[in-house]
Design a protein. Structure first.
Length: 419
């Protein structure tokens, strides 16, 4: 698509991923999947080519494990589990065996064969209506690009290498890209792909980097060094803002900063109405690491812990012990105030891709939340046992989401009694 010759003020709307208003210069991260050329390998070098492929797998896995370790130390161990999905892709026997067999049979170079096998996997997932599976395409592409770069011995362009303060624009970013961002260099970022609950969005929020995702064809309309405004609260990006637009957003940016500062002065005061009515002001959180931010800003406990994000941030269901540690961590931090744990609200936009192939055209209206949990009682009991074990400080409450009639509540309480 041809980029515009004239600089015209245009507003693009996407999905808010991480809050904040930033004004600055745009930098395009043009890092498409590298084109690989088909080559024929001499028969006596086939085994050598397979060894080259296996070494690239090992090197790629080591890189991802280092990123995971960095996230665990810098941000939070729960966020680090995001990279489990990429490690599973690297270790996938079906993919790797298919690559080895095709190298042997067709005597083609490893990077060409691997790209073909990966593209077939992506094509299969692309036809799915399941948003969870579509998110995995980004993980697969991130792994494939990293491995092919290793096979070819090419150094990847990363956000970590950017020195001057910019607003980064890309077609897509991987969780590994976000982890390596330096806040003094990457003021904010915008991508064509991604959703508000994606791994990239979760990391951006935790790191305090404003972001807008899901802009579709924004990258093709953008140019390096253009003035740009990014509003991570509204999900808007403005290219080449005119003087009036700049003034409006600058006022908005300063207003947000001023209000944040004013509110920070009030965070230690009791929450009371003018007639003296005391109100408990608690926080909604998505991951245990959010508790520290909530308490920092004066929250009195946790009014809602959306526990399904423990699952969304990884590739499988968390174990009873992992859930217990997460719930206990939050309960300990807010004690003696309470925390309300909401059981998994899977379904709708957070559809469980592992639930035995069950799929609905519109799960927002049907199989989700408490109904999904009642249909998966063993999974439900694992979560309830973890919650009960973590409640030894007597400050945990349990919420069942989306109850539509009393029978569902009675069934849920019966499973709770069993747990």
């Amino acid at each position: 698509m041809k980029k515009p010759d004239k600089q015209v003020c245009v507003i693009y709307r996407g999905t808010p991923a991480s809050p904040g208003v930033v004004i600055g210069k745009m930098l395009l991260l043009d890092r498409e999947s590298i084109e690989v050329v088909r080559e024929t390998i001499p028969e006596n070098e086939v085994e050598k080519e397979i060894l080259r492929f296996r070494k690239a797998l090992s090197d790629t896995k080591e890189e991802v494990l280092k990123i995971k370790e960095k996230v665990a130390k810098r941000i939070d161990p729960d966020h680090a589990k995001i990279f489990d999905a990429q490690i599973m892709i690297i270790e996938d026997d079906w993919i790797n065996d298919a690559v080895v067999q095709r190298i042997k049979k067709g005597r083609n170079n490893a990077e060409f064969v691997y790209r073909r096998v990966i593209d077939q996997s992506i094509e299969t997932l692309s036809s799915s209506k399941d948003e969870y599976l579509k998110e995995r395409i980004m993980d697969i592409n991130a792994v494939a690009n990293r491995l092919i770069y290793n096979l070819l011995g090419i150094k990847r362009l990363t956000p970590e290498s950017i020195g001057s303060p910019v607003i980064l624009v890309a077609r897509s970013l991987s969780p590994g890209d976000v982890v390596h961002m330096k806040k003094e260099s990457i003021l904010a970022f915008a991508t064509d792909m991604g959703g508000g609950t994606s791994h990239v969005a979760l990391l951006a929020k935790s790191m305090g980097i404003p972001a807008v995702v899901g802009l579709k064809n924004f990258f093709d309309q953008a140019q390096d060094k253009q003035n740009i405004i990014l509003d991570g609260m509204k999900g808007e990006v403005v290219i080449c803002p005119d003087e009036q637009t700049l003034k409006e957003y600058e006022r908005r940016r300063k207003y947000i900063l001023r209000k944040t500062e004013e509110l920070s002065q009030l965070k230690l005061l009791p929450a009371e109405t003018q007639d003296g009515k005391r109100i408990e002001l608690s926080a909604n959180i998505e991951l245990p690491a959010d508790t520290d931010f909530a308490l920092e800003y004066g929250a009195e406990g946790v009014g809602l812990f959306r526990t399904e994000y423990l699952y969304i941030a990884r590739s499988d269901f968390p174990t009873e012990e992992e859930q217990y540690q997460a719930y206990r961590d939050v309960a300990e931090k807010v004690h003696p105030k309470s925390v309300i744990l909401r059981t998994f609200d899977l379904g709708g936009d957070k559809f469980d891709g592992h639930a035995e192939g069950v799929y609905e055209t519109n799960p927002f209206l049907g199989w989700r939340a408490i109904r999904a949990c009642l249909d998966l009682p063993e999974m439900f009991k694992v979560q309830l046992r973890a919650m009960l074990k973590a409640s030894d400080r007597k400050n945990i409450k349990i919420m069942f989401p989306m109850i539509s009639e009393v029978g569902e509540l009675l069934k849920a309480k019966a499973i709770l009694d069993e747990a």
